[in-house]
Design a protein around this ligand. Structure first.
Ligand SMILES: Cc1cc2nc3c(=O)[nH]c(=O)nc-3n(C[C@H](O)[C@H](O)[C@H](O)COP(=O)(O)OP(=O)(O)OC[C@H]3O[C@@H](n4cnc5c(N)ncnc54)[C@H](O)[C@@H]3O)c2cc1C
Length: 370
């Protein structure tokens, strides 16, 4: 056997998985098809449970060093009127204080301390086979690897999920195509701020001294042609928004087209192949839980694998522990998405009351250790 574990994908989930397994003394190799992560230069919002998971991965100091605290959220209308705000500092407390961070920094810190040779970059997994004892992965370059277990952390378009023979469950569904992320000089936001009118939404979030991260989406279908769609959609939004959109459009090569996809599969495993992160449960970033759930998946699976030599039993326990948490976030995502689609006049009435309650009912259960 070449390795005990093969991890497919060196994104947030795959790299966290390698780190968590290494901490338990379990030998793993990561296979990553890219040489550089595609969205390295963008930022990410890490709510309190992501911070707790990073702490358990031994990275609390790096979070403080590289991240920007996110102390408050503001939900505003398209005209800029404040619907409600959340004191995130008070909600999560100091030890779970949310942070914004560059994705590249997050990936580098997750990978720090791992052996260079434990991540094979530049050739993806092309084919998978398994019998009762072994999984065999064939890479695009023709090499083969054998292991006792293969973890598919290969994202929303997971080849691992495809190879598991899950029928219709295997396909991701498209929620929105007109969605872009970008980094711009901060146009003047001092906290996580959303401006929304129905399905036209923009988030702006300070990331470091000078820069802000933006995510903009509209309900119109798009093949990735940003300028016309974004200019029209946000023409009547407040000046901070127009300034951010203007700066993003001035450098279209830095606009990252980010269609929203959803994965809901009842089965996360087949024999010795198991899914983690987006490959198991991708969802719209309404509650910014993608990274948090991937990090938690890594901690829980590594713990179950180190607790027993019966790895089929370990996989079953992992699924039993993780599915309710992912289902909770999926339900909360659906609920907030429905509220966002209410007519503007009703939204303005409902959200100031319902919004803070939804924030608390989504995140309160996630304060519990995964
Ligand atoms: C617009 C938008 C905004 C978001 N904002 C946030 C946010 O603020 N906070 C948050 O927590 N989450 C956010 N998310 C979600 C978050 O980005 C994902 O949940 C997270 O990146 C998933 O990580 P992953 O490692 O599971 O998958 P991925 O990041 O997709 O990584 C999968 C890796 O597998 C590799 N791979 C794929 N196929 C193969 C193969 N065959 N062989 C080898 N390697 C392969 C890929 O190259 C990639 O590196 C957002 C998502 C979107 C679309």
């Amino acid at each position: 056997m070449d390795h005990r574990v093969i991890i497919v994908g060196a994104g947030i989930t795959g790299t966290a998985m390698a780190r968590a397994l290494s901490a338990k003394g379990i030998d793993a190799v990561v296979v990553e098809k890219r040489t550089v992560a595609a969205d390295d230069g963008l930022a990410i919002n890490l709510p309190g449970n992501a911070i707790a998971a990073l702490d358990r991965l031994g990275l609390a100091e790096d979070v403080t060093r590289l991240g920007m605290p996110v102390r408050r959220r503001e939900y505003r209308t398209a005209s800029g009127r404040l619907l409600f705000q959340v004191d995130e500092d008070a909600f999560w407390g100091e030890s779970m204080r949310p942070h914004a961070m560059l994705r590249g920094d997050l990936l580098r810190m997750l990978g720090s301390g791992l052996e260079e040779t434990s991540i094979l970059r530049g050739s993806g997994i092309a084919r998978l086979e398994q019998d009762q004892r072994t999984v065999t992965a064939t890479l695009e370059n023709g090499h083969t690897l054998n292991a006792e277990l293969l973890i598919g952390a290969d994202g929303v378009h997971s080849l691992t999920r495809e190879a598991m023979g899950l029928g219709e469950q295997r396909k991701p569904s498209l929620i929105g195509s007109a969605s872009w992320r970008f980094m711009v000089p901060n146009p003047g936001v001092d906290c996580w701020t959303v401006f929304a009118s129905g399905g036209t939404v923009i988030l702006l979030m300070p990331v470091n001294q000078g820069q802000a991260y933006g995510w903009a989406m509209t309900e119109q279908p798009s093949n990735g042609d940003a300028p016309a769609v974004l200019e029209n959609a946000f023409a009547n939004f407040p000046s901070v928004v127009r300034q951010a959109i203007g700066a993003a459009l001035a450098e279209p090569s830095r606009l990252y087209h980010s269609p929203l996809l959803d994965v809901r599969t009842g089965d996360w495993s087949r024999g010795r192949i198991v899914l983690a992160g987006d490959s198991a449960h991708a969802m719209a970033p309404v509650w910014a839980q993608g990274a948090a759930l991937g990090l938690e998946d890594a901690l829980v699976l590594a713990q179950e694998l180190s607790d027993t030599s019966d790895w089929i039993e370990a996989i079953n326990k992992y699924e039993a522990r993780r599915k309710p948490r992912a289902a909770h976030v999926q339900a909360a995502t659906d609920g907030m998405s429905r509220a966002a689609k209410l007519p503007q006049w009703l939204r303005s009435l409902v959200l100031p009351i319902v919004g803070p309650k939804r924030y608390a009912s989504t995140y309160e259960p996630l304060k519990n250790r995964a």
